[in-house]
Design a binder for this molecule. Sequence first.
Ligand code: NAP
Length: 332
Amino acid sequence: MQYRTLGNSGIEASVVGLGTWVTGGGQMWNGVDDSESARAISVALDNGVNLIDTAPAYGWGHSETVIGQVIKGRRDKVVLATKCGMWWDDARGSFHFAFDGHDTYISLRPDTMAIEIENSLRRLGTDYIDLYQIHWPAKEPENTPIADTMAMLMKFKEQGKIRAIGLSNVSVAQLEEYRAGGAVASDQFRYSMLYRAPEADILPHCAANNIATLTYMSLEQGLLTGKVGMNRKFDPNEFRSNEDWNAWFKLANRPKVLRMLAGWEDLVEKYSCRLAQLVIAWTAAQTGVTHVLCGARTATQAEQNADAGGIILDAADVARMRKNALALGEPR
Ligand SMILES: NC(=O)c1ccc[n+]([C@@H]2O[C@H](COP(=O)([O-])OP(=O)(O)OC[C@H]3O[C@@H](n4cnc5c(N)ncnc54)[C@H](OP(=O)(O)O)[C@@H]3O)[C@@H](O)[C@H]2O)c1
């Protein structure tokens, strides 16, 4: 496993981080087996992963609760990253979506943040969070000023409740406004070989300013592992059926991706690895990418993903894979 510092925080985190959205289960992921999730978390930690990313919204607290149970007794071995800003206790904030019977709001108001952090600490069974991230930026009509949110984050830091501040899903302008209020260690956003938009702005900006980048959906939620064939169907309520986010999942688009993956058989052999690991290693090799978050439903997936943190691809192979991904064009 390779380790890289989270910006200027001094915190060393594994290049491959365990993503735990799926760990929350619910309709979004068509359910999940908690005992298998627990095994996945343990196996990731046993195989060099120390960065675990979660959020209250993942299963409405469930993901945090499962993690809290598993890391009991080894809290000091974990770089625990959770988030704030998705709120469903009442109608404070700006309405975001309704799912699993929860009306969910984006709220970065100091009063809801004060409640959220205590809930997260309790569920995670800890008295500090290593990296506390804004899940989504505030939006109209509530649109809490960034200075107010950042002041609250700085207060949490002074109180010792958090060690470092992270952002997620922000624009470059928003990121800079946050940084005006204090040190920002990381930014988290969607990035994969099929979703390269961050290369135009946020990735180089983070690289130039020593801000760690935690990429998400870098396996395109399983599509880039090669296991989502033409016959795999998703429940209409699952997030993977959301074609606005997951256009490559459409049956019309899948064959192109599958053909690209099939063309990498020689690379899989060369690095003695699986497609998922090849894709993770490619992502970690991109300029500006410091950490790759990979969701794992099973212990086997968690182990494979962790092992990918030790694979260094030759520059020519990285370039070839990029060329192949670019050749796919945009999904229909
Ligand atoms: N900040 C944000 O707004 C945001 C948004 C999205 C995600 N995230 C974070 O980023 C993490 C990663 O994103 P993600 O979980 O959505 O997507 P992902 O990592 O691209 O995909 C995860 C899915 O890929 C499959 N998979 C993983 N490893 C595999 C392997 N080795 N072999 C075969 N299949 C494998 C599993 O699918 P099956 O379930 O089919 O087994 C798993 O559920 C999340 O867990 C979360 O922590 C953050």
